[in-house]
Design a protein. Structure first.
Length: 83
């Protein structure tokens, strides 16, 4: 990733589970292996569930950072399990 920042950004603040994971998964499916997605999401259930779900799908959670009332999640796109 370097200093260039994430390859894609997704703001799902204000969204409830499980739609938070659905939105995240759809964006990750459009990305290439190794690209980084920045996700802004609410504390509580979303920040507890989204990292767990994307890890189960084979992606890597690079960081989870609290930013005021929200959190910033960086996810590295894993390999496509369907190829």
């Amino acid at each position: 990733m370097g200093n260039a920042g994430p390859d894609r950004r997704l703001d799902i603040t204000g969204e409830a589970c499980p739609i938070t994971f659905v939105h995240t998964k759809l964006v990750l499916e459009e990305m290439q292996e190794g690209e980084v997605l920045e996700v802004l999401l609410d504390e509580g259930e979303p920040v507890a569930n989204v990292p767990r779900s994307v890890t189960a799908d084979g992606h890597q959670v690079l960081s989870v950072e609290k930013m005021g009332d929200h959190c910033r999640l960086l996810i590295k796109r894993g390999p496509n399990p369907y190829i």
